[in-house]
Structure formats: C-alpha cells, structure tokens
Ligand binder design. Structure first.
Ligand code: MN
Length: 347
C-alpha cells in the first residue's frame, strides 16, 4: 500500500493520542455511515488503548446505523447539550471527522470551535477551513473511513485494531462507495477492505443494514417520487425530483427515507446529472449527483452557495420549492459545456 500519510504527521498524531486522557471524536450534522463509522471506529481503537474516548454527533444518526458496535454509547448534542459541552471542555484532544468547516456541525460547531485543546482533522472533503491544529485532508480518498484506516496503519496501530473498529470503518467505506460501485477505482481500497475483513468484519451484514434495509413507507415514497415526480430535462441530460412537505407527510416521512433516491435516475442511460429537491421545515434541501465527471458541486455552489464532492453535492435553499426548481432549470443550460461531447439519447 502506498504511504500517503507522511510520517511526521502520523507520529505527531500518535504522540498527541498518547499524551491525552480524554478524547472527543465528532463529525458533521445528519451523520451518515462514513461520519459515524470513522468516529466510532477510532473511538473503539482509542478505548482499547486505554483512553477515555467519546463520540459526540451534532444530531441524531439514522436508524440504519444502529447495528454498529458501540452505537448506544454515542452522545447526541441536540439531546444532551450540557453533557456534550462538558465532555468537550474536559477533552485533551478533539478528532474532527468527515467535515471541512465548523459550519457543518450546526449548533455544535461553535462549541467545538471554542474548545482550547488540540484538534485533529480527518476528512476527505474539498477545501477544508483552517480550524484544526493537525490536518489530514485527502479529497481523493473514497471515504473518511478509508483515510482513518490508513492513518491508523501509518501510526503502527493496525495490530491493536479489533473487529469493532474494523466493522465501523468498513461501514463508512461501504456506504460512501455504495458497496464499491463509485469512488473505488484505486486498487488499494481493496487492500484496505481485505485488511478489515481479516479483523473479522461481516461485510454482508453491513451492506444489508447500512445500505439496503429500509421501511415500507420509504420504499413507497421513493416509488411515488420516481413514478409521479421525476422530470427529465432532455437537452441538459438532467433529472429533477421535487417533493413537498404534504407529500412527505402522506408517506409518513422520517429522516433518511429519501436516502439514495437522487441516485436512481442516474441508472437510466443518457442521464448525466440528477437533482432531488425536498421541502424541509425551514429550507429546501437540494441533493445532486452525477456521472461522467459532471460537476454538480459547481451547480450547487454557484446557484445555492452549497458544495460537496464533484459528483455528489448538496445545498440548502431559502425560498419556495417552485422557486428552487425554476432557478435550477434556468441555470442548467449554462453548465452544458461540462456535458460529455457525445450524448446518449435518454430512453
Ligand atoms: Mn464521507
């Protein structure tokens, strides 16, 4: 495996861990498999090293991650505000995983930002802001969990890794690569997978729990969205799905129920980018995905001030669902230059 982590940084991180007694690990709001997997995975390893380590997430993680070992021990800031503040104030070290700026933590961001202790960033998003003392920022990584694995290996701690840690790290890799179907062309990711499986990971269970399992109402909501609410904008090879709050209510929407929906139109030959606009309580949530290297991150950034990865991005829009949709439809022709030169017919 290539040693992409420089030795000095790995040694410094390891030294900081050794010098710390109490360690907090944290991630972005609406934590996903990679956010929870990377924090909880490292937490297991730190506990094995005899540290008092805690995972604090800004808000409730999805039900699909409850199978993770140690899930019950996660502290949720929106539920236990005082406790979380105390843990942060007592921490000697804070490890920030899978986000690139304090704003990605909502109300918990300022709490972490105000902490005086050492902070380490472990992340794979573009353009991290400078809020940590030691930064492991690798946008080319499939996932923060893959990066965390490499850091652990670089610190010489692979032998200390148990199946709990490995299961959490494998979960983030499986969810961020959609079970090795995107962002997984680097052969080394399969070596990382192999090393995790050697620790006793049940990958089939991870795929089923974290990626496939869902509620009946979410299946019905997605079926409705695809059959009734999908618009195809042929000239720009885009798909747009809009869902308003009445529709969400009709299908007893719970957070996470529309997870993955935005990817579905990309399975149709000829569709290059896909947008899902959902009316939330206080904003319109925009999710965007693409194939053929089409920069949906640019679309989200220029139109709505959002961002993300080139082929997987998002934003929040303050206005009506219809305004958001119209803005998108009007702007898309301006991104035509990014479409592949040869366009397939959508059929
Ligand atoms: Mn991630």
């Amino acid at each position: 495996m290539h040693k992409i982590i420089d030795r000095a940084s790995a040694e410094q991180f390891r030294r900081w861990i050794e010098e710390s007694e109490q360690i907090v690990l944290t991630c972005h709001v609406r934590p996903d498999g990679d956010a929870v997997g990377s924090t909880l995975g490292m937490c297991h390893l730190l506990q094995r090293l005899g540290k008092r380590a805690t995972v604090i997430v800004p808000d409730q993680p999805p039900r699909s991650l409850t199978f993770l070992p140690g899930f019950k021990g996660i502290s949720i800031f929106t539920r236990h505000d005082d406790y979380c503040r105390r843990m942060v104030s007592e921490a000697d070290l804070i490890i920030c995983c899978d986000f690139n700026a304090p704003s990605r933590q909502d109300a918990f961001g300022p709490v972490v930002d105000a902490a005086q202790c050492r902070k380490v960033l472990v992340d794979h998003h573009q353009e991290p802001s400078d809020f940590c003392d030691l930064m492991f920022s690798f946008p080319e990584m499939s996932s923060t969990c893959e990066l965390m694995f490499r850091i652990i290996a670089a610190m010489g701690l692979y032998p200390e890794m148990g199946s709990d840690c490995a299961t959490c790290l494998c979960t983030g890799i499986v969810t961020d690569t959609r079970n090795f179907s995107v962002n997984c062309s680097d052969p080394e990711i399969y070596e990382v997978l192999m090393r995790l499986l050697e620790k006793g990971v049940d990958k089939n269970r991870i795929v089923r729990e974290a990626l496939l399992a869902r509620s009946l109402s979410s299946l019905r909501l997605q079926a409705y969205a695809l059959s009734e609410k999908l618009e195809i904008i042929e000239p720009v090879r885009a798909a747009v799905i809009t869902i308003d709050s009445d529709e969400l209510k009709r299908f007893n929407y719970e957070r996470g129920d529309t997870e993955g929906l935005v990817n579905e139109p990309l399975n149709v030959r000829g569709i290059i980018s896909s947008y899902f606009l959902r009316q939330d309580a206080d904003c319109i949530k925009v999710s965007a995905r693409s194939v053929e290297n089409f920069p949906v991150s640019e679309v989200c950034k220029r139109l709505f001030g959002g961002g993300g990865h080139r082929q997987a991005a998002g934003a929040e829009f303050h206005g009506t669902l219809e305004e958001c949709r119209r803005m998108l439809l009007e702007a898309l022709p301006g991104f035509k230059c990014y479409l592949p030169s040869r366009l397939e017919k959508i059929e």
